[in-house]
Design a protein around this ligand. Structure first.
Ligand code: MLT
Length: 325
């Protein structure tokens, strides 16, 4: 009986969805950011919302629905009406949640329509200024000697800084003490204040601290050095002797599963136009972000990439044994 009811409800929605494709978008669009305002993901989503305004011909609003490593906001979009008016900007946590959360109530990527990847940036291994280590070699020796006496901040389970920390520990074969915070702001405050010693933070958030000379900078996690003044003299982890290390924090745009192809096509072409906006490019590059211009900017390429990242991170997370319930 319930199935018949659901089917009837879906059938009555069909004319509405079909009509709404013709004049889409005819009202403001909401982008859900699954993290708090003021953090790296929020900054990216707000820049994108501004740049999408012109190609979409509509206002684009940002809704911060944070908590549980981005899974609450993601679930909200997975369950939203697939009409193109509720979208999600999420980072690498989209691909790591299936391994981290045993009780995840959405499927990745099956409950979403990937619209296109937006950008990527390395993370940066930074430390409190009082640390005795002055370069990555010193730091590595200190980590190996001190092990669990070393504290490594992160912005919460499933945050980019948590994942980067796991990856570094796995590559260096050390186990330090991870200290989870409720977001990037309190984690960074305690790093600056010396309550914790290290953090592997997204370049977006680390660069202003490096420019202000408020932290020690040991290594960056990408394949190549970023050419920003704050990072051009900082070695990649591969250069510092950790072979094949390459961690990029990426952000993508998603719609709920079942969003009509015509709406997705419109969103993808608006995303492409937004990513060519000179103001957006300037702002993102200043934060160490590289705008994506390869096949991952297509919905199919984005989906394939997310699937590969789910596999890659699943392995690291299972090895770490750090799960959430
Ligand atoms: C945020 O915007 O708060 C971050 O992207 C969280 C994180 O580090 O994953």
């Amino acid at each position: 009986m319930k199935k018949i009811h659901n089917l009837l409800a879906a059938l009555t929605m069909l004319p509405v969805l079909a009509y709404s494709q013709v004049d889409y978008p005819s009202k403001p669009i909401t982008i859900v950011v699954p993290f708090a305002a003021g953090g790296p993901s929020d900054k990216i989503a707000r820049d994108l919302a501004e740049a999408l305004r012109k190609p979409m011909g509509q206002t684009v609003i940002v809704d911060n629905t944070g908590g549980a490593g981005g899974t609450i906001g993601s679930a909200k979009v997975a369950r939203a009406m697939p009409d193109g008016y509720t979208l999600l900007v999420h980072h690498i946590g989209m691909a790591t949640a299936p391994a981290l959360y045993r009780k995840l109530n959405y499927r990745v990527p099956d409950d979403f329509e990937p619209v296109g990847l937006i950008n990527e940036a390395p993370s940066v291994l930074i430390g409190n200024r009082a640390l005795s280590a002055n370069n990555f070699d010193d730091l590595r020796k200190w980590l190996v000697t001190k092990g669990s006496d070393v504290s490594l901040a992160n912005a919460g389970l499933g945050s980019a800084s948590h994942l980067c920390g796991l990856m570094i520990q796995s590559a260096l074969k050390v186990k330090v003490t991870s200290v989870p915070y409720k977001g990037t702001a309190p984690a960074m405050n305690d790093l600056l204040g010396g309550q914790v010693e290290l953090m592997c933070e997204q370049a977006t958030n680390a660069v202003p601290q490096i420019e202000g000379n408020k932290v020690k900078t040991f290594a960056q996690t990408g394949q190549y050095r970023l050419s920003l003044p704050a990072l051009k003299n900082i070695p990649t982890l591969a250069e510092a002797g950790v072979p094949n290390f390459n961690v990029q924090v990426w952000h993508g745009l998603y719609a709920p599963k079942g969003t009509p192809p015509a709406v997705l096509a419109k969103l993808n072409s608006a995303l492409r136009a937004a990513l060519k906006d000179p103001e957006l490019i300037k702002r993102q590059e200043a934060l160490g972000l590289t705008i994506v211009s390869d096949s991952r900017l297509d919905p199919a390429g984005h989906r394939k990439f997310v699937e590969a990242e789910v596999q890659r991170w699943g392995k690291v997370i299972r090895e770490s044994g750090e799960y959430a319930d």
